[in-house]
Design a protein around this ligand. Sequence first.
Ligand code: CDP
Length: 231
Amino acid sequence: MHKITIAIDGFSSTGKSTVAKRLAKALGYVYVDSGAMYRAVTFYAMQNGLIETNCFDKEQLIEQLDNIQINFKFNDDLGFAEVYLNGENVEKNIRTLQVSQFVSQVATVSEVREQLVLQQQNFGKHKGVVMDGRDIGTVVFPDAELKLFMTASAEKRALRRYDELLERGDDVSYEDVLTNVQTRDHIDSTREDSPLSMAKDAIKVDNSNLTLDEQFELIYKLALNKINECN
Ligand code: CDP
């Protein structure tokens, strides 16, 4: 069966990764969380003193880019690939609100994007990949056969992310999470390099009022139709 490339873009906390993981599993495709790569670079910068209260040393980060190795390793128990930074599993460290508060700034740096985009394109060179992010359908895989653009109200998205963080045991407030969601949407959509925007040939999915199962069924059907079309 001919394999296709599936690009899922959209605003922060729209549940892209949840549906992308499930879709990849159902199709036997590889799932790549491109946001995890930007988060891992951000975590590196925080660990190495390149980000301190409101101060981000962009030049130093660019100089140190060659020291940053990001990989994914499939975890059989979890059923998805976890992200490793220089050989260390950082899957949990990169999901904190602190990392979320700096990641969009780091993601504006063209040198960072250039390096990560090359790696992302390499992950998808044999097709059979579901990748989610902000620029997948526009920059990473402009020829992807299926492009989705996910959206939902900022309040719904913040509530989902807040629940996720509480479940992990993080001590955060809903207001801080909402502010972060709105700030990231703004930075991601207005940055110069590869801003978040809907590709002309993308299908928009507003999941404000969809359950996870409803959303999955909708997207799974779209994927199967596209795969059949391509065979
Ligand atoms: O999980 P959530 O939707 O909140 O974000 P994410 O997918 O983990 O991405 C974190 C941040 O990385 C985004 O807010 C963007 O600033 C950046 N990003 C990007 O610029 N390009 C991508 N392809 C993926 C993420």
